[in-house]
Design a protein around this ligand. Structure first.
Ligand SMILES: [Zn+2]
Length: 419
C-alpha cells in the first residue's frame, strides 16, 4: 500500500492524498497506510500515454533499449508506451511481441504495449500474421519507418485489422514525392541548396489513405486508420474533412512540429532532421489550431533516439529523429499552457490517445488503475540532457528553461519514477 500526500487535483487548490493498493486507486483522503510519499505540492493527473516511440529493441540497442527507453518514458510522466516495430529484426513475429512485453514487465518502468508490423519485414508486400500478433499482445499495426507504398496491401490490412478491432497507424508520406528530401521543400531549402521534401508528399498520401478508408466504410467494412506525426496544414485540412464525413480516421501531432520550423535547418545541424520534416510557422500555427478545435486527436512524441555519432553526420547522411520523451510534457506546458490550457494538454496526452486506441479512458477515481503522474507546474528548470535516462543525451531544447516537470510517476501501483 502507498499513500501519496500533498497533491492537488487539476483545477483544485485543495491539498489531498491518494492511497493505492493492489495496483488500483483505493481512495482519496483516507487514513494513511503503508509507504507515504510526499507529492511536493504537485498536481496529479493520470499517467501520460505515448502512442509513438522508438525504443530500438531488438537489435539497435546502441541507440536505446527497453530499459533506457521505458525509464525515460517514466521520467517524462508516461505510464504506457506504444513502441514502433521497425527494429532489427522487425517485430512481425508473435514470439518477439511476447518477449518484449515480458522483459518490459520485469523492468518496472513505464508499461510497454508494442506495435507490430503490418507487413512481413515491413516490406509492404505480404500482411504479417495479424491475428497471432494481436493474440501475443500487439497494441496496433504499423509499418512506420516505411510508407505503405502498396495501396492494395494497406487496404487489405485495414480490412483485416478492422475485423480484429485493431487500429493501423501509418507514416503518411509518398516516397516518390519525398524522394531524397532531407528537409521541408520551400524558400529555406532553396536558400540552403538542400533537397526538399514537399508538403504534397504528406497531403497526397493522406488523401489516398482517406479514400481507402472511405471506400471500406461505404461497404460497411470496419477499418480504423490513425495518421502518425501529421506535419502540414494541407494534410490536416484533409483529416478535418474526413472527420466531418464521419470517417474513422484519427491523427496525432508531435510537439517538435509545433515548436520548431524549417528555419532551424539554417544551422545545418542534423539534430533538427526529422521525418516528416520540420515545416513552416504557418503549418505549426495550423496544427496548433487543430489541437485546439479537436481536429487533431492526440499528441505523440515520435521519440526517435540515435547515437551522437550518427546525428553528428551532415544533413544528407544523418538519420532522422529527435529523442525527447523526458521533456514532452514540460515543453508543451511551458510553450502552450496559456493558449491550449492545462486541461486540454493533459487530455491530448492521456485520455485522447486512449480514445484513439479504443482503450478505457484513464481516471483518478477510486477503483481505477493506479497509473498517475505528479507534476510540478511551477518550478522552472533548464533542460539538462546529461540527466536523461534515454541513451540519446542531446536534444534541440538543451538549456531551455521549462516548467511542468514530473516529480513522481506511478504505474500499476508501483513507483516507476521519483525525482
Ligand atoms: Zn514515422
Amino acid at each position: 500500500m502507498i499513500t501519496i500526500t500533498n497533491i492537488k487535483r487539476v483545477g483544485s487548490e485543495k491539498t489531498e492524498s491518494v492511497t493505492i493498493e493492489g495496483g488500483l486507486i483505493k481512495g482519496w483522503n483516507i487514513p494513511e497506510e503503508g509507504q507515504v510519499i510526499d507529492g511536493q505540492g504537485g498536481t496529479v493527473a493520470p499517467a501520460l500515454i505515448e502512442l509513438h516511440a522508438h525504443l530500438r529493441e531488438p537489435g539497435q540497442t546502441e541507440k536505446e533499449d527497453l530499459s533506457s527507453g521505458l525509464a525515460a518514458a517514466a521520467a517524462g510522466g508516461y505510464g504506457t508506451v506504444v513502441s514502433m516495430p521497425n527494429t532489427s529484426p522487425v517485430v512481425d513475429d508473435p514470439a518477439i511481441v511476447r518477449s518484449l512485453i515480458e522483459k518490459a514487465n520485469s523492468l518496472g518502468f513505464a508499461r510497454l504495449r508494442p506495435a507490430a508490423a503490418l507487413t512481413k519485414g515491413q516490406k509492404g508486400e505480404e500482411l504479417a500474421e495479424l491475428t497471432y500478433l494481436k493474440e501475443a499482445g500487439a497494441a496496433m499495426f504499423t509499418d512506420d519507418g516505411r510508407t505503405n507504398e502498396n495501396a492494395r496491401t494497406l487496404r487489405l490490412g485495414l480490412e483485416t485489422a478492422g475485423s480484429l478491432g485493431m487500429v493501423i497507424s501509418v507514416h503518411a508520406e509518398d516516397a516518390s514525392l519525398r524522394a531524397d528530401g532531407v528537409m521541408n521543400e520551400g524558400p529555406v531549402s532553396e536558400a540552403l541548396g538542400l533537397p526538399g521534401n514537399p508538403a504534397a508528399a504528406e497531403a497526397a498520401r493522406v488523401a489516398r489513405d482517406i479514400e481507402i478508408v472511405a471506400g471500406l466504410h461505404a461497404q460497411g467494412v470496419p477499418a480504423r486508420l490513425h495518421i502518425q506525426h501529421l506535419s502540414t496544414a494541407r494534410a490536416l485540412d484533409l483529416v478535418r474533412a474526413a472527420k466531418a464525413q464521419g470517417l474513422p480516421v484519427t491523427c496525432e501531432v508531435c510537439p517538435h512540429h509545433l515548436t520548431l520550423t524549417d528555419e532551424a535547418l539554417r544551422s545545418f545541424d542534423a539534430i533538427f532532421k526529422v521525418a516528416p520534416p520540420l515545416r513552416t510557422q504557418a503549418d505549426a500555427d495550423h496544427l496548433l489550431e487543430g489541437l485546439r478545435d479537436g481536429s487533431v486527436d492526440c499528441l505523440a512524441t515520435d521519440h526517435a533516439p540515435h547515437t551522437r555519432a550518427e546525428k553528428e553526420r551532415d544533413l544528407l547522411d544523418a538519420p532522422s529523429g529527435i529523442a525527447y520523451i523526458e521533456l514532452a510534457f514540460p515543453l508543451m506546458y511551458t510553450r502552450f499552457g496559456e493558449t491550449l490550457g492545462l486541461d486540454r494538454i493533459l487530455d491530448l496526452m492521456t485520455a485522447a490517445p486512449a480514445r484513439v486506441m479504443g482503450w478505457t479512458e484513464p481516471t483518478l477515481d477510486a477503483g481505477a488503475k493506479a497509473d498517475l503522474v505528479v507534476l510540478d507546474l511551477t518550478t522552472e528548470r533548464p533542460v539538462n540532457p546529461a540527466e536523461f535516462r534515454s541513451k540519446a543525451k542531446f536534444t534541440p531544447w538543451a538549456g531551455e528553461t521549462l516548467k511542468g516537470w514530473p516529480v513522481l510517476t506511478v504505474v500499476d501501483g508501483r513507483v516507476a519514477y521519483q525525482r
